[in-house]
Ligand binder design. Structure first.
Ligand SMILES: Cc1cc2nc3c(=O)[nH]c(=O)nc-3n(C[C@H](O)[C@H](O)[C@H](O)COP(=O)(O)OP(=O)(O)OC[C@H]3O[C@@H](n4cnc5c(N)ncnc54)[C@H](O)[C@@H]3O)c2cc1C
Length: 510
């Protein structure tokens, strides 16, 4: 124990690596310690199926929140690709197709489902209002936290009232008539969040899903999510960051030089500051700091590799239907019913889910042979399947949830998805299912919460302390992960803000 680091980062997810790169770029001595034998956390790509040359984004899959500024500041070799389609929602024998650039065809598609022209107009107006919020809020995400009053003034009273003050359910019910259209809009308020449309948490989740880079566009990471980690690792090495994997931190305590970090193997590391890239609950366990109270994770993730894309009952070309987000049973009433059922401890009879095909936008994650054979990956994210549903009898609950999700998907397909699954080299179908409990076991997401902790509005409420939203009650310990304020999702924002706070602290300490 002869070296004192300026900062030790606990956890090598993307946020931890972003923090490390910014600090090293400023000339600081940084060590990153990652528990697993691979960096990346929830931002990994993996060959999930034996002998199958498809490198899938195993957990997170789309990028919107990562500011271009971080990519530029760190000179990362990482690209995201636009999708041609925003979403397709099958319904009986037809469906709603919304193109990424909202056009006449998108309008007609909405009109045909809603039965009149006003719904498409309402859609345009609703999204132009939230786009205005995005434009104003996005630039604040990498600045010191503004107070609620300042943000309210910035956004103006009308938009504030619609998107922050009143439950999102009110705006949806006021603006839209169709149950299906309301549901398509609402999904952004529920992804990764176990909430009803009437709860404030849905407003917060909605906001995060629509403000990324000032446009809210969800893009496909070229080469898969793991490409972001590769780019960050490469940059971290070039900048002289020390990187160690397979080192689990079990204790963080104050020391003479600042903070002492201890590993499961009894190794000790000394540092002026500790930056936690892990979840706040993990940090609480190893440091004795208080953990935030948060809801459990509530999603099931399914990864599949297919021989080819399935045909649909509605007759739409699968290459169009799956090019954007494919919504399954996500009408407003289906979402609310599933939430209420899950809240009362029942597995929802109809499980809302959404799905996307990476390989239609970016085939580079497949081998040339697989691409030529017409193979594709599909990623499904099911909502309202919270951790408590799996607590008692994990395996049976998992089997039942999987059955219901696939039944929901198959009800819109002209051929069962099971028949199209590719087989791995041992003859097993290429499908993997991850419950919240499995996400916790594999990558330490507390109770499977994909944002580490409940999201909160990206500004300072009255009485809240902390300049960057990364501070803890120990001035030597900062949060960098998704659980820091403004940190949820694949954004690097927590990492950036922790690095800024750390640089300011180091100025005072040194
Ligand atoms: C199924 C799923 C789908 C998602 N989809 C999307 C999406 O499409 N788009 C999006 O923006 N977001 C998505 N998310 C959310 C997003 O992936 C996460 O919020 C984000 O990746 C968190 O990044 P992070 O760097 O803060 O933390 P993590 O990625 O959780 O990394 C934390 C790291 O800390 C390590 N660690 C934990 N404890 C210790 C310890 N004691 N010692 C050392 N190391 C430790 C872990 O092993 C891990 O590597 C999804 C998440 C999941 C699970």
């Amino acid at each position: 124990m002869n070296k004192v680091y300026d900062a030790i980062v606990v956890g090598g997810g993307h946020n931890g690596l972003v923090a490390a790169c910014y600090l090293a770029k400023a000339g600081k001595k940084v060590l990153v310690l990652e528990k697993r034998h691979e960096f990346g956390g929830a931002t990994k790509s993996s060959y999930a199926f034996e002998g199958v040359a498809a490198k899938i984004s195993r957990y997170s899959y789309l990028v919107a929140l990562l500011p271009d500024q971080i990519i530029q500041d760190l000179d990362l070799e990482f690209q995201t690709l636009s999708r041609t389609v925003s979403s397709y929602t099958p319904s009986d024998s037809t469906g709603v197709l919304i193109n990424r650039i909202f056009d006449e065809d998108s309008s007609k598609s909405i009109e045909q489902i809603a039965g009149d022209k006003s719904e498409a107009l309402a859609w345009r107006e609703f999204y132009s209002r939230i786009a205005k919020v995005a434009e104003l809020l996005a630039p604040t995400m990498l600045e010191p936290l503004k107070g609620e009053g300042e943000i309210k003034k910035l956004i103006g009273p009308t938009l504030w009232s619609e998107f922050m003050d009143r439950p999102i359910s009110e705006s949806l019910n006021q603006n839209f008539k169709s149950d299906l259209i309301k549901g398509i809009v609402l999904t952004d308020g529920l992804i990764g969040t176990f909430a009803s449309a009437t709860e404030r948490l849905a407003n917060i989740c909605f906001l995060y899903h629509l403000i990324g880079n000032g446009t809210g566009e969800w893009k496909v990471p070229k080469g898969g999510m793991g490409a972001l980690i590769s780019a960050l690792l490469q940059r971290a090495r070039e900048l002289g960051v020390e990187l160690r994997e397979g080192v689990e931190i079990t204790r963080v305590s104050n020391s003479e030089s600042g903070v002492m970090v201890e590993s499961d193997k009894g190794e000790l590391f000394d540092s002026k500051l500790v930056i936690a890239g892990c979840a706040p609950t993990v940090l609480a366990k190893i440091s004795g700091l208080a953990a935030p109270k948060s809801r459990d994770g509530s999603q099931v993730k399914i990864n599949m590799v297919l021989k080819r894309l399935p045909k649909l009952k509605s007759g739409i070309d699968p290459e169009i239907a799956f090019a954007g987000t494919f919504h399954i049973d996500e009408s407003y009433s289906q979402l609310e019913r599933a939430f209420q059922q899950a809240k009362s401890g029942e597995i929802p009879d109809v499980i809302p889910a959404e799905m996307y095909c990476h390989t239609l936008t970016d085939p580079s994650i497949l081998s040339k042979e697989m691409h030529a054979a017409g193979n594709h990956t599909l990623t499904l994210f099911a909502l309202h399947t919270p951790a408590p549903l799996f607590d008692k009898d994990h395996e049976n609950a998992k089997a039942e949830v999987t059955k219901r999700i696939l039944h929901g998907l198959n009800s819109y397909l002209a051929e069962p998805i099971e028949d199209l699954l590719l087989r791995d080299s041992s003859g097993r179908p290429c499908i993997e299912i991850k419950t919240p409990q499995e996400l916790e076991a594999e990558i330490d997401l507390p109770r499977g919460n994909i944002f580490h902790a409940d999201l909160s509005f990206p500004w300072k409420s009255e009485g809240e302390v902390g300049k960057w939203g990364v501070e803890t009650s120990n001035e030597r310990i900062l949060l960098a992960g998704a659980g820091s304020k403004r940190g949820g999702g694949v954004s690097g924002i927590g990492g950036h803000n922790a690095a800024m706070a750390a640089l300011e602290r180091l100025e005072v300490i040194n």
